[in-house]
Design a protein around this ligand. Sequence first.
Ligand code: ATP
Length: 216
Amino acid sequence: MKTGIFGGTFNPIHIAHLRIAEEIRDTLGLARVIFVPASVPPHKELADNLPFEHRFRMVELAIGTNPHFTVSDIEAKREGKSYSIDTIRRFRRLYPDDEFYFIMGSDTFVDFGSWKQYGAIFCCCNIVAITRPGAVVPHLVEALPVDVAGEFCYYENENRLSHTSGNSVFYVAGTQLDVSSTCLRDMIKAGRSVRYLVSDEVEKYIKEQRLYLNGN
Ligand code: ATP
């Protein structure tokens, strides 16, 4: 089965997250996308210190009954920082017959060289980067960490890199939605409406739980 793994802080999950997952699922013919909220994000401060449970619940509410989407608490079950290499290896052990596609925005991909064991990640699974407004990737090869660039072969007509492991790096030109969790948190703090930028269920949950109002 072709399985997408979509990691993020989801603080909160917004419409661009959902649309990215859907566009990549559709483009690459994935059977499912597993959303994986980070417990302790290694690459950024967790804004408002929002506990994993709230972020996980909002993902659950956002994906609703979509049969192709699920959410995993795999990173909450591990101590310490939530490194993606550990998550991918765990999924590979859990589902040995699956072919994995690790999903990220282009802003994350250009920073990939700072990730723990990024070279091993290329060996373990496919990577799918999708365009994010403000994070232009001029050429896929140039966005690769320099020390591993020689391990790839570029297929221009597919905008795909093929790795020596047999895995690929795909670059998908998605719908550009200029939405971020940062912007949503700021809007909520300012008393502004976030309707239609998050799902109705997520909006309701944020209000009920009074999230993001006082740095909680
Ligand atoms: P924050 O504003 O708190 O930094 P975020 O909006 O970037 O959060 P994350 O949960 O950190 O959301 O993102 C998870 C993944 O989704 C990352 O790989 C990120 O690049 C990608 N992503 C988030 N928003 C977009 C968007 N609007 N377009 C494309 N990719 C996105």
